[in-house]
Write a protein that binds this ligand. Structure first.
Ligand code: AMP
Ligand code: MN
Ligand code: MN
Ligand code: MN
Length: 281
């Protein structure tokens, strides 16, 4: 089968992390978006994988297991997607558990910082949007800040309060790149750099990141993602060519109300790139 003829969406979130819909609901939307190969890639958590795989099967879609791992590299956060991992592998499961533990303390500190800015009760407010308390994230704070009128949209929240360098931001040390890649490799998976266009690195840092990622066995980057602009589709297609990376495609869907792309609706990969899913059909 020509992998380019498959509508793959290999980056989506559910209520298992910071999405607003269940794995089954996201599967139904992927099917509605004519997705043929799907992966649920919740942040730092594999708890939705069995449900997602079953829902994909019920919808008649191929499924590949996934997770989006939070990594700290050069003092900034990078997301590395692990695809086709074994969701029960103890090295991966334990590694992810180790980076989830800090989220509650960080969230309380975020609540304190927001209170100092005059926004009371943000921690408790964010918790109301959380299904899995271990995975409380800035996204949940953003939903509360919009609800209480402190900001007019999620984008507005990040721009004014929660993006790096803004007054409600709390830095956190996630997994080391080498550890995250070791967990993915140990569980038989493929490592993909998520939405590279989102990171605020210098050119020098970007080449060091891509070199290190490749040296550690990294195979692919996201080229077509809901987190890239059309200009970045072109820019990161060139990066994939330059480094010999395979290319991935995914909506980064989080829910119906966040203004992002629906599963399966992004442009196709450029046909000269090798899709990361080539060997999974
Ligand atoms: P955390 O893991 O708690 O740092 O939260 C990161 C999550 O916040 C990401 O997975 C996105 O879902 C969301 N996020 C980060 N930056 C933005 C942004 N500029 N606009 C909307 N959502 C964002
Ligand atoms: Mn997210
Ligand atoms: Mn991400
Ligand atoms: Mn994501």
């Amino acid at each position: 089968m020509n992998p380019h003829s498959v509508n793959a969406d290999l980056h989506c979130h559910s209520t298992v992390s910071d999405g607003t819909l269940s794995p089954e609901e996201v599967a139904a939307l992927a099917k509605a978006g004519k997705v043929g190969l799907w992966a649920l890639t919740d942040h730092d958590e594999l708890g939705g994988q069995a449900r997602a795989a079953a829902a994909a099967q019920a919808q008649g879609m191929r499924y590949v297991s996934g997770v989006e791992i939070s990594v700290t590299w050069a003092n900034r956060t990078v997301h590395v997607v692990g695809l086709a991992v074994d969701p029960g592998h103890p090295i991966l499961v334990d590694g992810l558990a180790s980076i989830r533990t800090g989220r509650q303390a960080r969230a309380r500190t975020m609540g304190d910082k927001l209170a100092a800015l005059g926004i009371q009760g943000a921690y408790e407010g964010a918790l109301r949007f959380v299904s899995n308390p271990d995975l409380i994230s800035r996204t949940h704070f953003a939903r509360y800040l919009v609800e209480c009128g402190a900001a007019c949209s999620t984008q507005d929240v990040f721009k004014r309060f929660l993006a790096e360098g803004k007054p409600g931001y709390v830095a956190h040390r996630w997994a080391a790149l080498g550890d995250a890649m070791e967990w993915i490799r140990a569980s038989g998976g493929t490592a993909v750099i998520a939405h590279p266009g989102r990171y605020q690195y210098t050119d020098l840092e970007f080449s060091a990141l891509f070199d290190e990622f490749r040296a550690r066995g990294g195979e692919a980057i996201e080229v077509i993602t809901g987190s890239h602009t059309p200009d970045q589709f072109v820019e990161y297609a060139d990066v994939a060519r330059h480094y010999g990376f395979r290319a991935s495609r995914g909506s980064d869907f989080h829910g119906l109300d966040d203004g992002r792309h629906m599963p399966g609706t992004l442009p196709d990969l450029p046909t000269d790139l090798v899709p990361v899913w080539t060997d999974w059909l």
